[in-house]
Write a new protein. Structure first.
Length: 68
């Protein structure tokens, strides 16, 4: 199974929060360090990844709620 990156961010807490949401729905995920940010002082970037079979379910769970 391959891993798909859903989101990249410099806020590790944000990626870990999304990881907890996915875990609550039994979707395996991982947060990995991908290197230094684009600007000095920005910090290290991280990526939130899920298995490819769970990609669309994860996108739906993490997407904003639509207003009618």
């Amino acid at each position: 199974m391959s891993w798909i990156t859903l989101k990249t961010t410099v806020a590790r807490w944000e990626a870990e929060l999304m990881q907890q949401i996915l875990a609550a729905h039994d979707i395996p995920s991982r947060v990995i360090d991908i290197g230094v940010g684009f600007y000095c002082g920005q910090g290290s970037q991280v990526a939130l990844q899920v298995l490819s079979k769970d990609q669309w379910t994860a996108y739906l769970l993490l997407s904003p709620v639509e207003d009618n």
